[in-house]
Design a protein around this ligand. Structure first.
Ligand SMILES: C[S@@+](CC[C@H](N)C(=O)[O-])C[C@H]1O[C@@H](n2cnc3c(N)ncnc32)[C@H](O)[C@@H]1O
Length: 190
C-alpha cells in the first residue's frame, strides 16, 4: 500500500550534545555568518527566541544584536546545550541579556511574546511540526517574524513544501523564501 511521506515520519533523531562542536566552530563561521543570516530581522531592544539553540552559535551573536535593552531566550531540549550557551554568554559578557528554557519533547512550553524567532536546523528534529508552528504563532508579536532554516540533507523539497502548507493552514503568512541562509529557508509572520 502506498503511503505518503510526512515530516513526522521523516523526522530524525535529536542532534546529541556530544556533537555540539560540529555546530560552533571556525569553519561554520566562514560559511554561515550569524549577522548575514539574522541581522536584518533584529533591532536593538528586541526580544528574540532562539528555539533549538544547541550550543548557542546564533544565541551569542543575537544577544549582541539586541543590545543591553534587549533579551534573548535560549531554548533547547538538552540541558547540556543550555549549559554550553551559559558558559559562552559569561565569556562574551552578555549573560544578563539571556534567559534559559528547557523544552519538553513535543512541547516548547513558552508563552513570552517575542519580536523574532529563529528555528535553525531544528524543526525536522521535532516530532510535531504543526504543534511547534502553533506554539510559535502564539508567541509572535504583531509584525514579529519567524525564520525557519532546514538542512537540505535532511529535509527534501517536498517535505519543506509540506511545512509551508502547514504554516499557511495555521494562519501564518509567508513573507519570503530568503536566499543564502544555509538551507531551505522560510520567513513567516502573523
Ligand atoms: C541541529 S541542532 C541546531 C542547533 C542550533 N540551532 C544551530 O544552528 O547551531 C538542533 C537542536 O535542536 C534541539 N531540539 C530538537 N528538538 C527539539 C525540541 N522539540 N524542542 C527544543 N529543542 C529541540 C536539539 O537539542 C539541538 O540542540
Amino acid at each position: 500500500m502506498a503511503t505518503s511521506t510526512t515530516i513526522e515520519q521523516k523526522r530524525g533523531d535529536v542532534c546529541p550534545h556530544q556533537f555540539a562542536f560540529m555546530l560552533d566552530n571556525w569553519l561554520r563561521r566562514l560559511v554561515q555568518s550569524p549577522r548575514k543570516i539574522v541581522g536584518e530581522y533584529i533591532n536593538e531592544g528586541n526580544t528574540v527566541l532562539d528555539v533549538g539553540c544547541g550550543p548557542g552559535y546564533f544565541t551569542i551573536d543575537m544577544a549582541k544584536m539586541v543590545g543591553k535593552s534587549g533579551k534573548v531566550i535560549a531554548a533547547d531540549l538538552q540541558p547540556q546545550m543550555l549549559e554550553k550557551v551559559r558558559k559562552k554568554a559569561t565569556k562574551h559578557n552578555v549573560l544578563e541579556r539571556l534567559s534559559f528554557h528547557r523544552c519538553e519533547p513535543g512541547n516548547i512550553g513558552l508563552s513570552t511574546n517575542v519580536d523574532f524567532i529563529l528555528a535553525f536546523y531544528m524543526i525536522h528534529e521535532t516530532g510535531d511540526p504543526k504543534g511547534f508552528l502553533m506554539e510559535m504563532k502564539r508567541m509572535l508579536n504583531p509584525g514579529g517574524k519567524l525564520l525557519i532554516v532546514e538542512p537540505k540533507m535532511h529535509v527534501s523539497e517536498e517535505l519543506f513544501k509540506e511545512l509551508v502548507r502547514d504554516a499557511e493552514n495555521l494562519g501564518l503568512k509567508v513573507v519570503d523564501y530568503p536566499k543564502g541562509k544555509g538551507g531551505r529557508s522560510l520567513l513567516l509572520t502573523v
